[in-house]
Design a protein around this ligand. Structure first.
Ligand code: HEM
Length: 412
């Protein structure tokens, strides 16, 4: 098989090198795949033939070896996943989070509209992080002496640039202090993720202080870049495609018209009825997969189409390239939300994987979609916006927006 350097644009590699090839990253052998069949197979092999593996950068932050390592499937993973879903899953969204989300989005857009313009990625990241941190450890953005999103974005920038020792940072000290405070006053019940975990510390041996701090970091990491990147990409695409924006406005105005009281809060049924908005979200996710690739480590030799991926090798599933395949998506680089009307659900599930797959599929997928749909609902029903300054979209390696996407918001 051909060995190449990994310097090529991910979206075009499949046409040049085939859908599966071998390369090396940081001197280590890696099998890169944009083959839907192989990728689906690997997603189903978690804990059997492969294991989650994000290489050295993350081994400084997360424990990746030993019994309670974050990447193992089994009891520890199951516990984390269930606890996470009880907070951010469909039931909680339906019963509790939807009205809270609408309130926070209303407040954010109202604050943004008082400024001459805002850099949308920056302000959206803070909005999503503050909301998620409130659910995870009752972070109160308005009254906290620390600005969590500023502290966190510094960590993320350094993490991407070089492996960082998180325990040395102010962010880590701040979380440690908060954890101590909770442990000394366990009677104050806040109903957040941390309350739940502290309640279980006696029962689950792996719930050490370090493990809890890593979990909180991981939860925040998952929310920080992802939803805000999609919001930002959507603004660039919508500004280039006014007919998409028009159809979205019509969909949301129809929702208001069908209500007895147009000022009543958004309901779950209304969210479910936003067919076109969900197509816009899918189309943005298709073009803007946040992570360049999903990484796994082969636990055993894996036979693939006539060759073998040896045990110990890294496997990179490039679902973003899969989503640009002209075999599935006609004119794949075109932003065309209407294409989703025609696509068959079987084809979608095999070829569209912005949230990964198998038993590690994103636990925040529904939360992200509800967040995005609610954001667009408030945006198009209450605000006008204009693009003051756009940006060239890049991957370095995560989705980037150069000097930022600057938007002016005004109340309707
Ligand atoms: C547009 C938004 C998002 C995208 C595209 C996205 C994508 C992904 C992907 C691809 C994975 C699988 C990683 C792997 O298999 O190695 C994942 C896992 C995960 N995501 Fe997300 N994510 C998003 C938002 C969120 C949010 C907002 C949260 C939290 C509230 C979240 C929580 C998680 C968690 C906990 C996992 C690990 C699940 C497990 O291992 O069982 N994600 N996400």
């Amino acid at each position: 098989m051909k060995v190449i350097n990994f310097t090529d644009d991910i979206s075009s590699f499949s046409y040049r090198y085939g859908l599966i090839f071998r390369t090396s990253i940081a001197g280590k052998p890696v099998v890169v795949s944009a083959d839907p069949e192989f990728n689906n197979f690997i997603f189903q092999q978690e804990g059997k033939l492969v294991e989650l593996w994000y290489m050295d950068t993350f081994s400084n932050v997360f424990v990746l070896e030993g019994e309670s390592r974050m990447n193992a499937v089994g009891a520890v993973h199951k516990y984390i996943r269930i606890t996470f879903l009880s907070l951010f899953g469909t039931e909680s969204l339906k019963e509790k989070l939807l009205p809270q989300l609408e309130q926070v989005i209303n407040k954010s857009l109202s604050a943004w509209s008082t400024q001459s313009s805002v850099e949308v990625k920056h302000v959206a990241s803070a909005m999503v992080l503050d909301f998620s941190a409130k659910q995870i450890f009752s972070y109160d953005a308005e009254n906290s002496p620390e600005n969590l999103s500023e502290a966190y974005s510094k960590i993320i920038d350094s993490l991407i640039a070089f492996p960082l020792n998180i325990p040395g940072t102010a962010y880590h000290q701040c979380l440690k202090d908060m954890l101590k405070e909770r442990q000394t006053s366990p009677e104050s019940h806040r109903g957040d993720f941390l309350d739940q975990i502290l309640k279980d510390t006696g029962k689950e041996k792996f719930l050490t202080e370090d493990f809890i701090l890593q979990l909180i970091f991981g939860g925040l990491f998952a929310t920080f870049e992802s939803v805000s990147a999609i919001i930002t990409l959507a603004f660039t695409k919508l500004s280039e495609h006014p007919s998409v924006l028009e159809e979205m406005i019509a969909e949301h105005e129809a929702i208001l018209k069908n209500r007895e009281n147009p000022n009543s809060p958004l309901t779950w049924d209304e969210y479910k009825s936003m067919t076109f908005t969900l197509h816009v979200i899918n189309e943005t996710l298709r073009l803007g997969t946040v992570a360049p690739g999903i990484l796994r480590r082969a636990l055993k030799d894996i036979p693939v189409k006539g060759f073998t991926v040896p045990a110990g090798w890294t496997i990179m599933l490039v679902t973003s390239a899969q989503q640009l395949s002209p075999n599935t998506f006609h004119n794949p680089l075109e932003f065309n939300p209407w294409r989703w009307k025609e696509l068959d659900s079987g084809v979608i599930s095999k070829n569209f994987m912005p949230f990964g797959g198998g038993n590690r599929q994103c636990a925040g997928a529904e939360y992200s979609k509800v967040f995005l749909a609610t954001f667009f609902h408030v945006l198009v029903t209450k605000y006008w916006w204009t693009l003051v300054k756009g940006a060239k979209v890049s991957r370095n390696p995560i989705l980037g927006f150069g000097n930022g996407v600057h938007i002016k918001f005004s109340k309707k």
